[in-house]
Write a protein that binds this ligand. Structure first.
Ligand code: NDP
Length: 458
């Protein structure tokens, strides 16, 4: 049936089906609020498009897209420094492999559970599709907390985790990377164990060190890409980042390189935070302060409060940055860190743009506030896709056994972010306003859905 042939009855049936679809999703995935939230956002913005394309409805693409290809859960036993046996749970969700090997990070954080990893893996399907590279969606991790553990304990955990994970991954199967709690140290230990077990030097993990097959600007890519995406959004309003007051949350990988790129482009990064509180830097974070933050968080693994103490800055314990007046917000810590009230604060205090470095950092209520106010709102699956894009390029370099330069990779990253922005605009334009959520969801969906149609009922 062509879109023009849709009758009113069909339309009504279809909009009823969104409701039925969500009810069935909730019944099949109890106790997984983040997964339901992520699917609901996608389904709501996709449904009118699906109604115009009955071929996707008839092939049950949404039902198939929300059911993972497979999920692996496993015990990770390891011995701590005092000789005590510890037990954690490991996971890998191989969500959708229609357009390439599963690809997505590993998160080590005590909050990790199946529902959180399913939301992340689901988002990853559409994000990876948006990059234009051949990567399916996956995610994994553990409830292990690297905080407060010695290097030896982290190594023992990583080795035990990889001993099981290794049988499920591979260069053409599934290629994990880092995420919260999994940085260069953890990737090194994971890769070391994988190589030992397989007796093969392959590109099965990305985010590797430069000495052993890593790629230039992989560490920088998510933060840089998120700032490039913000710059593209501003361009649509003949504006730029120069002189803009920016709020950054988090102080990990994404936050650090967001601040670095903002500094380079003449913007002013007013805040960083961590799970304990926020630090205010009224004159903006300069390169000396950023170097201190990087050393504090990456080497000494301390609290952001120490940054405030070192430079005599205001520290707000237990607070997020969102009530500080700003032009642009870069949430770069974790999911649901901007709720409806935070969003209202931001808008009331003059915020004109939000570029999400973290995955789903804004709640549904927060997104609604931003969209009603018609500010520029770049959802994570578009704005933070730079990280996985450079991971994809790390895979390519590993296969070709060559190394592109920093400059080549940065150019490619910029191009990819520009292309993602264009795709969002082309599917998301609503008169003068660009609905980037809708644009990213439809653009990401179409490629995966068409591949699934081509593969038949599998
Ligand atoms: P890191 O572990 O390097 O840093 C995470 C930062 O967020 C830390 O400052 C941490 O504080 C803070 N944080 C973590 N959990 C919470 C919480 N529950 N409440 C408040 N603060 C919290 O992770 P990344 O920078 O790699 O990841 C940040 C976000 O970006 C995540 O949503 C991730 O999924 C997303 N992302 C990351 C990509 C990457 O390439 N790394 C790619 C795309 C998205 P503390 O130090 O106190 O723990």
């Amino acid at each position: 049936m062509m879109p023009s042939e849709l009758t009113r009855d069909t339309m009504e049936l279809s909009s009823e089906s969104l409701h039925a679809f969500m009810i069935s999703l909730k019944q099949r995935n109890p106790g997984e609020p983040e997964f339901i939230q992520a699917v609901q956002e996608v389904a709501e913005s996709l449904w009118p498009f699906l109604e115009e394309h009955p071929e996707y409805m008839e092939a049950q693409i949404m039902r198939r897209l929300t059911e993972p290809d497979r999920m692996v859960m496993f015990r990770v036993s390891w011995q701590d420094d005092s000789g005590k046996i510890q037990v954690n749970r490991g996971y890998r969700i191989q969500f959708n492999g229609a357009i390439g090997p599963y690809k997505g990070g590993l998160r080590f954080h005590p909050s990790v559970n199946l529902g959180i990893l399913k939301f992340l893996a689901f988002e990853q399907i559409l994000k990876n599709s948006l990059t234009g590279l051949p990567m399916g969606g996956g995610k994994g991790g553990s409830d292990f907390d690297p905080k407060g553990k010695s290097d030896t304990e982290v190594m023992k955990f990583c080795q035990s985790f990889m001993t099981e994970l290794a049988r499920h991954i591979g260069t053409n199967v599934d290629v994990p990377a880092g995420d919260i709690g999994v940085g260069s140290r953890e990737i090194g230990y994971l890769f070391g164990q994988y190589r030992r077990m397989e007796n093969e030097f392959t590109g099965t993990i990305t985010g590797k060190g430069m000495e052993y097959g890593g790629s230039f600007i992989r560490s920088e890519a998510t933060g840089y890409g998120c700032v490039y995406f913000a710059a593209e959004m501003l361009k649509t309003r003949d504006d730029s980042l120069a002189g803009k007051r920016c709020l950054v949350s988090g102080s990990g990988n994404v936050a650090q390189y967001t601040v670095e790129k903002l500094l380079e482009l003449g913007a002013i990064a007013l805040t960083v935070s961590d799970s304990s509180g926020t630090v205010l830097v009224p004159e903006g974070i300069d390169s000396e302060k950023l170097a201190f933050i990087m050393d504090l968080k990456n080497e000494r693994r301390g609290k952001i409060k120490e940054f405030a103490e070192k430079y005599d800055l205001e520290y707000r314990p237990g607070e997020k940055p969102w009530n500080v007046p700003c032009d642009i917000a870069f949430p770069s810590a974790t999911q649901n860190e901007i709720d409806g009230d935070d969003a209202r604060n931001l808008v009331a205090n003059g915020c004109i743009a939000v570029s999400e470095g973290a995955n789903m950092p804004t709640t549904a209520a927060g997104v609604e506030v931003f969209q009603k106010a018609e500010i520029l709102f770049g959802p994570g699956k578009a704005a933070n896709a730079g990280g996985v894009a450079v991971s994809g390029m790390e895979m390519t370099q590993n296969s070709l056994r060559l190394s592109w330069t920093r400059e080549e990779l940065d150019l490619k990253l910029r191009d990819i972010m520009r292309n993602i922005h264009e795709k969002c605009v082309s599917y998301g334009r609503e008169g003068e306003y660009v609905n980037y959520v809708k644009g990213a969801n439809i653009a990401g969906f179409v490629k995966v859905a068409d591949a699934m149609l081509a593969h038949g009922v599998v």
